[in-house]
Design a binder for this molecule. Structure first.
Ligand code: FES
Length: 159
C-alpha cells in the first residue's frame, strides 16, 4: 500500500479550460452535454476509450447530436445525426457524404467524400481524473456556429 505520488506541476488544467466532469462519470454516462463559458453548448462523449467534444447541435439544421449513433464510415468514426442522418467525423468535425463515381455506370459505385469541417470540435484535457474542455476559438466560421446563437440556445433549453 504505497501512497499516491504527489501532484506534479503538470497536474493543473490548461489555462482558459472549463471543467466538464469527472472522467469516470462521463465514461459511465457515455455522453454529457454542457454549456461552457456561458456561451457554447458542447457534447462530450466517450467511445472506444476515447473522449471527444463538439458543438451539440448539428451543423445541418440544429439536430441534437447527443442522441446520434456512432458508426464507422470509410474507416472514420462518425456521429450520425438523428434528424437527417448526416455523418460527422468525431475527430475533425468533417461532414461525410457518399459520392457517385459515374452516374451512368451500372451498378452505381459510390465512395465517401468529405465536405470539409462543418462541426466545431473542441479540445479535451484530462487532469487527475477530471476532464476539461478548451473551446476551439478559431476565427474561421464553421457551419455549426449558427446553432450556438441565443435563439437556438433557448430552443435547446425547452427540449
Ligand atoms: Fe443533423 Fe439535419 S439536423 S442531419
Amino acid at each position: 500500500s504505497s501512497s499516491p505520488p504527489p501532484p506534479s506541476s503538470s497536474s493543473s488544467p490548461p489555462p482558459a479550460s472549463h471543467f466538464i466532469g469527472k472522467k469516470e462519470d462521463i465514461v459511465k454516462a457515455g455522453r454529457v452535454t454542457k454549456m461552457v463559458n456561458g456561451c457554447r453548448d458542447i457534447l462530450v462523449l466517450h467511445h472506444q476509450g476515447q473522449l471527444h467534444a463538439m458543438d451539440t447541435r448539428c451543423y445541418h439544421s440544429g439536430g441534437a447530436l447527443q442522441y446520434g449513433d456512432i458508426e464507422e464510415f470509410n474507416g472514420r468514426l462518425c456521429i450520425v445525426c438523428p434528424w437527417h442522418k448526416y455523418k460527422i467525423t468525431l475527430a475533425e468535425g468533417e461532414g461525410l457524404y457518399q459520392a457517385v463515381d459515374d452516374p451512368t455506370a451500372k451498378p452505381l459505385r459510390t465512395h465517401w467524400r468529405s465536405k470539409g469541417v462543418k462541426q466545431r470540435i473542441h479540445k479535451l484535457t484530462e487532469v487527475n481524473g477530471n476532464v476539461y474542455a478548451t473551446l476551439n476559438d478559431s476565427s474561421e466560421a464553421i457551419e455549426s456556429d449558427v446553432y450556438q446563437t441565443e435563439r437556438y440556445r433557448t430552443d435547446l433549453l425547452k427540449t
